[in-house]
Every structure is written in structure tokens, then in C-alpha cells.
Ligand binder design. Structure first.
Ligand code: EPZ
Length: 418
């Protein structure tokens, strides 16, 4: 088991750069399954989630070549359509591989991804959409078998703007007969990036980034080279690390358009924010002001930033209320923050945080990816030594987080606990 040992309190200042977006990388890697021609991708973050996804593609018969900062994937000789069950359970987002496999091979077998620490995370919206596209679905125990003669483009209205379901419908519809139209599609920037990547190889996906997306079926795709967007949640995490420690930071190669609600909230909390086309500067006040947050589908405040902004509001002036509307179990980090001296009360889907003057280093446990990042930030804000355990969760979604924080002045090191 790996841990971070953090010596607080330190002001974080200087320049940083987010890695490629985890949540764009996963569906974009899946496009390699659709395309028998080689695709070359840049800016794919080297994190556990992308390593597992690339491992699955190799198991399915794809070639994956990493060279410097590029990855070339070719699925020409891909000969399997079953996603290994143990890897599916390890990484639920591999469910989008199913859409690509069915899109190309008209069949796929995979296991229910299962819930994770932030909620049940069913895939009913994915399966309902697959059925509408003419895909036969057979469920036996926790294995799902999908088959079809061909995929027929259809109008699909999503009950909830699910990111994964939107991505799966797009991937499954690239070679469909006719056109598919999604209403109430998710609008996250990662979906726009997926569409841009698909269109660069000859697909016809229109409207991504809005709630109305149309995919006109094509007969074939061609090779492409594509650079994915930077990670807006990692950008927000680094900004919050500076905001929570009274620091001063510049994030380069960041697109402010992709995290406007986070920037607005940080400004509301008293930070000075300066934006350029591809950089964000933040200067924190001595003490943040309490603010209220409600998580919503994009472009609302992102649920992935909820634990992270929760951490920095523990020392704000006044009472903050955070409402989590996307996942049913995303407050697990709150208990650990309370052990560090925070004054937090959970009421249904709300966190009530009364600002305190200080946090104190403790041994705490990561229970999920973003909750773990929140504990790291709390450690930077605390008196004394904080040991964050189970950081394997954090390493799933953040590339070289400790190195980036050290470059900003943090006293943090990784420790292997046998
Ligand atoms: C994506 O998950 C992201 N993951 C999540 O980021 C992010 O929190 C989430 O979108 C919301 O923005 C990736 O992109 C790999 P959803 P996804 O389908 O696609 C319910 C992180 O920290 N739902 O939009 O799984 C679901 O239970 C991760 O980087 C159904 O009910 O999210 C949840 O309550 C965490 N049925 C809500 O919708 C379905 O079929 C949002 O889920 C699908 C989802």
C-alpha cells in the first residue's frame, strides 16, 4: 500500500501544467477499436486508468506502441470482443469500450462494471440506448452479451445527461445505418474532444458539447493523429491547492472555458483570478470566504471538484453549504477531514462546513479518487504531518501529483507501506 507523507502548512506558489484529461483519454482510446487503421494519440496521461484501458486493448488483440509522448494503437488484427471481467470490475469506465466493440464487430461481451465508492453507478441508460439501436442484450448473472445484425441509427432521449452513456451511444453509432440523434446528451468538454477525435478520422459527429448530438453513420474511418485536451479537474485541483494554502499559482496550457463554474466559485471565495486563452492565474487571499456549491451536469459545478473545494472551505471564514446532486455517496472524505479538525456536518445530500482556524495533521485514508486528492490538499493546509493512505486511488487519476506539488513548494513524499 502506498501513502503520501505531507508536512504542512506550506503556501503553494509558482507555475504548473495539468496532464492530458483522464476522462477524455478513456473514450478516445476506445476509438482505436472502431478504426482498423492506426491512430496516434498525444497527451495521454500515464495513470493507472489509462494503463488498464490500454492493457485491455492489447488483450483484445490490438497493438499499442508508446514512443516518447505519443501512443500509436492499431486494431487491424483485433480478434476478441470480450472485455476481461476482472479488468471491467477494476475500471468501470471501460464500459465505453463496449460501444466501440459493438460498433465495429456487431457483438460484445462484458460484465456489469459494478458500483464504486461514490455510488451504485448503474449502466441502465447505456443498455436502454443499445436496445434502441437494434442491439440484442442478454444478461446472465453479471455478464452482458450484446449482438446485432447491424446498428440502425435512431433518435435517443436520455433521461439523464449521462457522460458515459452519451459516449457509448456516439461510439456505437459511428458505423450505423442512417443517423442517430441524442437528446439531453451530456455536454462535458471530454465529449467534444471525443467527437473532434472521431471526426479527425472520418466520422460524422455534430453538436457535441450541446444537449443535441447527431451522428451520421459512415462506412469507414482512416488513420489520424490527435492530441487530447488537458485535464480540467486536475487543473481545478492544483488551483484549489493554491487557494487553500494562501498561495499564488499559474496553470499553463489550461482552457479556462472548461472550468468556468470552478473559477467563478474560487473568485467568490476571494481569490484573484486572471485568465488568458490558455492559462489561469490565481492569487489566494489570506483567508477564503465561505461559499455555497451545488454540483450539476456540465456546465454546472462539476461533481469531481466537490470533494476538492470542500477541503479548502474547511478553513474559510463562515459557513459553506455543498450540495451533491450527481452521486449518492460522494461525502466519504468528510469524516477524515473532521478527524483533522474540520467542522463538517452531513445532512442528506448536503455538507455544512463551518470554517475553523486550523487543521491538524493526522493519518487519514483515501476512499476514492477525488476524496483522496481532497485529503492531500487538507494535509498541505494543516499544522504538522499528515499521512494519506491508500493513495492508489489518487494515482488512478493524477499523473505525478507529488512532483507537481513539490515544484510548487509542497513538502510531500510517497512512502511504501509494507
Ligand atoms: C463520468 O462518469 C466521469 N468518469 C466521472 O468522473 C464524472 O464524475 C461523471 O462522468 C459525471 O461528470 C469518466 O468520464 C471516466 P455519468 P460516468 O454516467 O460516465 C447515473 C472522476 O472522478 N447513471 O454521467 O460514470 C450515475 O449513477 C470520475 O474522474 C445512471 O443512473 O457518469 C450517476 O449518479 C468519477 N445510469 C449519474 O448518472 C446510467 O446508465 C452520473 O453518471 C449511467 C449513469
Amino acid at each position: 500500500m502506498l501513502s503520501y507523507i505531507i508536512k504542512g502548512k506550506t503556501k503553494l506558489s509558482g507555475k504548473a501544467e495539468a496532464s492530458g484529461s483522464k476522462n477524455a483519454a478513456l473514450p478516445i482510446i476506445a476509438t482505436a477499436i472502431l478504426n482498423p487503421e492506426p491512430i496516434t494519440l498525444y497527451n495521454i496521461p500515464n495513470i493507472e486508468d489509462t494503463r488498464i484501458t490500454l492493457e485491455i486493448l492489447k488483450i483484445l488483440g490490438c497493438t499499442v506502441e508508446k514512443k516518447n509522448d505519443k501512443i500509436t494503437i492499431c486494431s487491424k488484427n483485433m480478434n476478441k470482443t470480450t472485455i476481461p471481467k476482472e479488468l471491467m470490475h477494476k475500471l468501470r469506465s471501460t464500459v465505453v469500450l463496449a460501444g466501440a466493440i459493438i460498433g465495429r464487430f456487431k457483438k460484445a461481451t462484458f460484465a456489469f462494471p459494478g458500483g464504486c465508492n461514490i455510488g451504485a453507478r448503474p449502466i441502465d441508460l447505456h443498455l436502454e440506448a443499445f436496445k434502441k439501436l437494434g442491439i440484442d442484450i442478454e444478461e446472465k448473472d453479471d455478464i452482458i452479451n450484446c449482438t446485432c445484425k447491424e446498428i440502425i441509427g435512431k433518435r435517443i432521449k436520455l433521461r439523464f445527461p449521462s457522460v458515459g452513456a452519451t459516449e457509448n451511444i456516439i461510439l456505437a453509432s459511428v458505423y450505423a445505418k442512417g443517423a442517430t440523434h441524442i437528446t439531453n446528451a451530456a455536454k462535458e468538454p471530454e465529449i467534444k474532444d471525443l467527437a473532434r477525435c472521431l471526426n479527425s478520422m472520418g466520422a460524422k459527429v455534430y453538436g457535441a458539447g450541446t444537449s443535441e448530438i447527431t451522428i451520421f453513420g459512415v462506412r469507414q474511418l482512416h488513420r489520424t493523429t490527435y492530441k487530447i485536451i488537458s485535464d480540467r479537474i486536475e487543473t481545478g485541483t492544483l488551483l484549489c491547492a493554491a487557494a487553500g494554502t494562501g498561495g499564488n499559482i499559474t496553470i499553463k496550457n489550461a482552457n479556462p472555458e472548461n472550468l468556468l463554474t470552478v473559477l467563478y466559485s474560487l473568485k467568490e471565495a476571494g481569490c484573484q483570478i486572471t485568465l488568458s486563452k490558455n492559462s489561469i492565474k490565481l492569487k489566494a487571499p489570506k483567508k477564503l470566504k465561505a461559499i455555497n456549491i451545488k454540483t450539476e451536469p456540465y456546465p454546472g459545478f462539476p461533481t469531481d471538484m466537490q470533494p476538492i473545494i470542500g477541503a479548502i472551505l474547511t478553513k474559510a471564514e463562515g459557513e459553506s453549504i455543498i450540495e451533491e446532486n450527481i452521486f449518492e455517496n460522494r461525502f466519504k472524505y468528510a469524516d477524515e477531514l473532521s478527524r483533522m479538525g474540520a467542522n463538517i456536518e452531513i445532512k442528506d445530500k448536503k455538507l455544512i462546513i463551518k470554517g475553523v482556524d486550523n487543521l491538524y495533521g493526522k493519518e487519514v485514508m483515501s476512499k476514492d479518487l477525488r476524496g483522496g486528492a481532497a485529503l492531500v490538499i487538507a494535509g498541505l493546509m494543516s499544522e504538522g504531518i499528515t499521512k494519506v493512505e491508500n493513495i492508489e486511488y489518487i494515482l488512478r487519476g493524477y499523473e505525478n501529483l507529488d512532483e507537481k506539488l513539490i515544484n510548487l513548494g509542497a513538502n510531500i513524499k510517497k512512502e511504501k507501506v509494507v
